[in-house]
Design a protein around this ligand. Structure first.
Ligand code: ZN
Length: 222
Protein backbone atom coordinates (compact mmCIF):
# COMPACT_ATOMS: atom_id res chain seq x y z
CA UNK A 1 0.00 0.00 0.00
CA UNK A 2 1.26 3.51 -0.86
CA UNK A 3 0.78 6.52 1.39
CA UNK A 4 0.23 9.81 -0.37
CA UNK A 5 1.07 13.04 1.39
CA UNK A 6 0.14 16.33 -0.31
CA UNK A 7 1.58 19.55 1.07
CA UNK A 8 0.55 22.99 -0.18
CA UNK A 9 3.44 25.45 -0.06
CA UNK A 10 1.55 28.72 -0.24
CA UNK A 11 4.23 31.26 0.74
CA UNK A 12 5.53 31.25 -2.82
CA UNK A 13 2.05 32.30 -4.00
CA UNK A 14 1.69 35.15 -1.48
CA UNK A 15 5.20 36.48 -2.04
CA UNK A 16 4.99 35.98 -5.80
CA UNK A 17 1.72 37.93 -6.12
CA UNK A 18 3.08 40.70 -3.91
CA UNK A 19 6.50 41.17 -5.46
CA UNK A 20 6.57 39.40 -8.83
CA UNK A 21 8.67 36.51 -10.15
CA UNK A 22 11.87 38.51 -10.69
CA UNK A 23 12.05 40.05 -7.22
CA UNK A 24 14.70 39.44 -4.58
CA UNK A 25 11.84 38.59 -2.19
CA UNK A 26 10.78 35.70 -4.44
CA UNK A 27 14.38 34.53 -4.77
CA UNK A 28 14.74 34.61 -0.98
CA UNK A 29 11.49 32.66 -0.53
CA UNK A 30 12.63 29.91 -2.88
CA UNK A 31 16.04 29.65 -1.22
CA UNK A 32 14.28 29.15 2.11
CA UNK A 33 11.83 26.68 0.58
CA UNK A 34 14.76 24.74 -0.84
CA UNK A 35 16.28 24.54 2.64
CA UNK A 36 12.95 23.48 4.18
CA UNK A 37 12.51 20.76 1.55
CA UNK A 38 16.07 19.55 2.22
CA UNK A 39 15.22 19.12 5.89
CA UNK A 40 11.96 17.42 5.06
CA UNK A 41 13.77 14.96 2.75
CA UNK A 42 16.22 14.17 5.55
CA UNK A 43 13.27 13.49 7.82
CA UNK A 44 11.69 11.22 5.19
CA UNK A 45 14.95 9.30 4.85
CA UNK A 46 14.97 8.70 8.60
CA UNK A 47 11.26 7.99 9.00
CA UNK A 48 10.40 6.13 5.77
CA UNK A 49 13.86 5.03 4.69
CA UNK A 50 16.29 6.05 1.96
CA UNK A 51 15.00 5.25 -1.52
CA UNK A 52 11.54 4.43 -0.19
CA UNK A 53 9.77 7.62 -1.14
CA UNK A 54 8.97 9.51 -4.31
CA UNK A 55 8.83 13.28 -4.48
CA UNK A 56 7.26 15.48 -7.11
CA UNK A 57 6.43 19.16 -7.13
CA UNK A 58 4.13 21.23 -9.32
CA UNK A 59 1.96 24.39 -9.11
CA UNK A 60 -1.59 25.52 -9.73
CA UNK A 61 -0.64 28.45 -11.96
CA UNK A 62 2.15 30.48 -13.47
CA UNK A 63 2.28 34.25 -13.34
CA UNK A 64 2.83 37.38 -15.39
CA UNK A 65 5.74 39.70 -14.75
CA UNK A 66 5.01 42.93 -12.85
CA UNK A 67 3.96 45.41 -15.60
CA UNK A 68 6.38 48.04 -14.25
CA UNK A 69 9.26 45.58 -14.63
CA UNK A 70 8.18 44.78 -18.21
CA UNK A 71 7.84 48.45 -19.15
CA UNK A 72 11.26 49.25 -17.64
CA UNK A 73 12.66 46.59 -19.92
CA UNK A 74 10.73 47.95 -22.91
CA UNK A 75 8.38 45.05 -23.14
CA UNK A 76 4.67 45.17 -23.85
CA UNK A 77 2.60 44.91 -20.65
CA UNK A 78 -0.01 46.76 -18.67
CA UNK A 79 -3.08 46.71 -16.49
CA UNK A 80 -6.64 46.03 -17.45
CA UNK A 81 -9.72 46.90 -15.36
CA UNK A 82 -12.76 44.74 -16.13
CA UNK A 83 -14.96 46.77 -13.75
CA UNK A 84 -14.14 49.96 -15.68
CA UNK A 85 -14.73 48.17 -18.99
CA UNK A 86 -18.15 46.96 -17.78
CA UNK A 87 -19.12 50.50 -16.73
CA UNK A 88 -18.02 52.02 -20.01
CA UNK A 89 -19.71 49.24 -22.02
CA UNK A 90 -22.98 49.65 -20.13
CA UNK A 91 -22.91 53.40 -20.82
CA UNK A 92 -22.27 52.71 -24.53
CA UNK A 93 -25.10 50.12 -24.70
CA UNK A 94 -27.51 52.50 -23.00
CA UNK A 95 -26.66 55.20 -25.53
CA UNK A 96 -26.89 52.86 -28.51
CA UNK A 97 -29.85 50.67 -27.53
CA UNK A 98 -31.55 52.52 -24.65
CA UNK A 99 -31.01 49.52 -22.34
CA UNK A 100 -29.66 50.02 -18.83
CA UNK A 101 -27.23 47.63 -17.09
CA UNK A 102 -27.03 45.09 -19.91
CA UNK A 103 -23.90 43.69 -18.26
CA UNK A 104 -24.77 42.73 -14.70
CA UNK A 105 -21.42 41.46 -13.45
CA UNK A 106 -17.75 41.20 -14.34
CA UNK A 107 -15.35 38.70 -12.82
CA UNK A 108 -12.25 36.83 -13.92
CA UNK A 109 -12.26 38.49 -17.36
CA UNK A 110 -15.86 37.46 -17.98
CA UNK A 111 -19.08 39.45 -18.30
CA UNK A 112 -22.49 38.16 -17.24
CA UNK A 113 -25.31 39.68 -19.28
CA UNK A 114 -28.90 40.39 -18.34
CA UNK A 115 -29.96 37.64 -20.74
CA UNK A 116 -33.65 37.67 -19.79
CA UNK A 117 -33.99 41.45 -20.03
CA UNK A 118 -32.14 41.55 -23.34
CA UNK A 119 -34.24 38.69 -24.74
CA UNK A 120 -37.45 40.45 -23.72
CA UNK A 121 -36.22 43.60 -25.45
CA UNK A 122 -35.34 41.49 -28.51
CA UNK A 123 -31.77 42.83 -28.38
CA UNK A 124 -29.64 39.98 -27.02
CA UNK A 125 -27.80 39.18 -30.27
CA UNK A 126 -27.29 42.84 -31.16
CA UNK A 127 -25.99 43.84 -27.72
CA UNK A 128 -23.67 40.84 -27.60
CA UNK A 129 -22.30 41.68 -31.05
CA UNK A 130 -21.76 45.26 -29.85
CA UNK A 131 -19.77 44.04 -26.83
CA UNK A 132 -17.63 41.71 -28.96
CA UNK A 133 -16.89 44.54 -31.39
CA UNK A 134 -16.47 47.51 -29.03
CA UNK A 135 -14.50 45.48 -26.46
CA UNK A 136 -11.59 45.30 -28.88
CA UNK A 137 -11.04 49.04 -28.44
CA UNK A 138 -9.96 48.72 -24.80
CA UNK A 139 -6.29 48.87 -23.91
CA UNK A 140 -4.69 45.45 -23.57
CA UNK A 141 -7.59 43.52 -25.09
CA UNK A 142 -6.62 40.88 -27.66
CA UNK A 143 -10.08 39.42 -28.26
CA UNK A 144 -13.61 39.36 -26.90
CA UNK A 145 -15.57 36.15 -27.46
CA UNK A 146 -19.02 34.71 -26.91
CA UNK A 147 -18.56 31.98 -24.29
CA UNK A 148 -21.54 30.00 -25.62
CA UNK A 149 -20.13 29.86 -29.15
CA UNK A 150 -16.50 28.96 -28.47
CA UNK A 151 -16.55 25.91 -30.74
CA UNK A 152 -17.49 28.01 -33.76
CA UNK A 153 -15.28 31.02 -32.99
CA UNK A 154 -12.09 31.41 -35.03
CA UNK A 155 -9.51 31.07 -32.27
CA UNK A 156 -6.02 29.55 -32.18
CA UNK A 157 -6.42 25.89 -31.17
CA UNK A 158 -4.68 26.14 -27.73
CA UNK A 159 -6.87 29.11 -26.73
CA UNK A 160 -10.04 27.42 -27.95
CA UNK A 161 -9.15 24.23 -26.10
CA UNK A 162 -8.54 26.02 -22.81
CA UNK A 163 -11.63 28.19 -23.05
CA UNK A 164 -13.90 25.26 -23.93
CA UNK A 165 -12.42 23.17 -21.11
CA UNK A 166 -12.97 26.00 -18.64
CA UNK A 167 -16.55 26.63 -19.70
CA UNK A 168 -19.42 25.62 -17.45
CA UNK A 169 -22.89 26.40 -18.78
CA UNK A 170 -24.31 27.03 -15.28
CA UNK A 171 -21.46 29.15 -13.94
CA UNK A 172 -19.50 30.79 -16.73
CA UNK A 173 -20.06 34.31 -17.93
CA UNK A 174 -21.54 35.07 -21.34
CA UNK A 175 -18.60 36.96 -22.76
CA UNK A 176 -14.87 36.37 -22.22
CA UNK A 177 -12.14 38.97 -22.58
CA UNK A 178 -8.80 37.61 -23.78
CA UNK A 179 -5.93 39.95 -22.97
CA UNK A 180 -2.66 40.57 -24.75
CA UNK A 181 0.37 38.87 -23.20
CA UNK A 182 1.68 40.71 -20.15
CA UNK A 183 -1.70 42.27 -19.32
CA UNK A 184 -3.84 41.35 -16.33
CA UNK A 185 -6.58 42.72 -14.11
CA UNK A 186 -4.90 43.95 -10.97
CA UNK A 187 -3.38 46.77 -8.96
CA UNK A 188 -0.30 48.83 -9.68
CA UNK A 189 2.00 46.73 -7.55
CA UNK A 190 2.59 43.00 -7.68
CA UNK A 191 1.24 40.65 -10.27
CA UNK A 192 -1.30 37.93 -10.90
CA UNK A 193 -2.54 35.32 -13.38
CA UNK A 194 -5.79 34.08 -14.89
CA UNK A 195 -5.24 34.19 -18.63
CA UNK A 196 -4.49 31.51 -21.20
CA UNK A 197 -0.95 32.76 -21.95
CA UNK A 198 1.92 30.32 -21.42
CA UNK A 199 3.39 32.57 -18.70
CA UNK A 200 0.15 32.03 -16.75
CA UNK A 201 -0.81 28.53 -17.71
CA UNK A 202 2.42 26.61 -18.33
CA UNK A 203 3.09 24.66 -15.14
CA UNK A 204 6.20 22.52 -14.87
CA UNK A 205 6.14 19.31 -12.88
CA UNK A 206 9.34 17.85 -11.47
CA UNK A 207 9.51 14.34 -10.15
CA UNK A 208 12.27 12.47 -8.41
CA UNK A 209 11.46 9.11 -9.91
CA UNK A 210 15.03 7.85 -9.55
CA UNK A 211 14.56 7.55 -5.82
CA UNK A 212 12.19 4.64 -6.05
CA UNK A 213 13.81 2.89 -9.00
CA UNK A 214 17.09 2.65 -7.05
CA UNK A 215 15.30 1.17 -4.10
CA UNK A 216 15.16 -2.54 -3.36
CA UNK A 217 11.57 -3.67 -2.97
CA UNK A 218 10.77 -4.39 0.63
CA UNK A 219 7.21 -5.62 0.11
CA UNK A 220 7.02 -9.31 -0.85
CA UNK A 221 5.28 -10.02 -4.14
CA UNK A 222 2.02 -11.86 -3.90
ZN1 ZN B 1 -2.02 32.76 -6.98
Amino acid sequence: MTDFLAVSLSSTDYVGHQHGPNSVETEDTYLRLDKDLGEFFKYLDQKVGKGQWLFFITADHGVAHVPGFMQENRMHAGLFDDGAMMKSMNAGIEKEFGIKKAIIASYNYQFWLDNEGLLKAGKLAEVKAYILREGLKFDGVANVVDNHALATTALPAPQQDMLVNGYNVLRSGDVMVILQPGYFDGGKTGTTHGQWNPHDAHIPSYGWAGVLSRAKPTVPRI
